[in-house]
Design a protein around this ligand. Structure first.
Ligand SMILES: [Zn+2]
Length: 305
């Protein structure tokens, strides 16, 4: 059954504006996104980092540098991923989130070339970062350093490039069953090969997928299994996978190291408990990040030409 995603999203928005970040999903279309953004702009304080970092339309003309933490930072000297190239097409271009540290852009191009060799049609690229990174008006606690990208689990239609209108409206495909216990029939060996290829690239710190997808990868992976370690279960991520690259410079907060092992044992079982699959909504709204909450250097990034 198709989930009424738009209605659900709007009801969450109504309940928690201005404190919550609406969960902008890969499949959110342009009209929905515009409404989320307008609501956020109406309600956020003037010095909210989400508001300020949504304004610049160009990267900061500074040497490339990721500043701060994945969930509290920004990026200088970002570059834009072209709307399409050999092996990829960018979705939801109207969001202008196809920016990143040059390492991220190069990495996506490398994955796209490799995936093509595996027979995967073009990668559909979701959100990367804003031109100067930072928190976004809608969606994502992370994606602030220009080192993260959401890649759709939906392959591009074979042998053609999507029109701009299709890139705004085409829905992503959900690969997980409604009870979140297992993948559905849409999950193929091609998905497994794509995750494996991405995880084996040395620049990758970790990849987030839904626990049901991790479970399927644990079950289906043949041969060497070391790559499974980087594929981590995380809520959501039923329509796309999230890739985080390692920090390329000092002053950029690496996360805790990924634990040893393939992550297929009891740690994974935890994610299938009822209360973890369908958690209660938190009673306390998340704190709104102000500009002062970000590293000082992000002020320079924001003010740079
Ligand atoms: Zn993401």
């Amino acid at each position: 059954m198709k989930r009424p995603a738009f209605a659900l999203g709007l009801s969450i928005l109504t309940l928690c504006v201005p404190l919550c970040v609406p969960h902008a999903r890969a499949e959110t279309n342009a009209a929905e996104e515009a409404q989320y953004r307008a609501e956020a702009l109406r309600n956020l304080p003037q010095n909210a980092a989400r508001r300020l970092f949504s304004i610049p339309v160009n990267p900061a003309r500074l040497p490339a540098q990721a500043v701060g933490a994945y969930g509290k930072g920004c990026v200088a000297g970002a570059v834009q991923l072209a709307p399409e190239g050999p092996g990829w097409q960018v979705m939801r271009l109207s969001r202008a989130r196809n920016f990143g540290h040059p390492n991220l852009v190069a990495w996506i191009q490398g994955l796209a070339a490799g995936a093509r060799k595996d027979g995967w049609p073009d990668l559909l690229i979701g959100d990367m970062a804003q031109p100067r990174g930072g928190p976004m008006l809608t969606g994502h606690a992370s994606h602030q350093l220009g080192l993260e990208v959401d890649i759709w689990l939906t392959p591009a239609p074979a042998q053609r490039v999507l029109t701009m209108a299709e890139r705004e409206e085409m829905p992503a495909i959900d690969l997980v069953q409604p009870d979140l216990l297992d993948v559905n029939a849409g999950f193929t060996p091609g998905h497994l090969a794509l995750l494996r290829r991405a995880a084996l690239m040395p620049e990758v710190d970790r990849i987030f997928v839904n626990a049901a997808i991790k479970r399927a990868a644990c079950r289906d992976a043949a041969g060497e299994r070391g790559w499974l370690r980087k594929v981590r279960p995380w809520p959501g991520h039923t329509h796309h996978f999230h890739v985080a690259l390692k920090c390329p410079n000092a002053g950029c907060g690496n996360r805790n190291p990924v634990p040893a092992g393939d992550g297929c044992g009891k740690d994974l079982a935890h994610w299938f408990r009822e209360e973890v699959r369908f958690p209660r909504k938190p009673d306390v709204a998340p704190k709104i990040l102000r500009l002062n909450d970000l590293p000082q250097a992000c002020r320079k990034v924001l003010a740079a030409p």
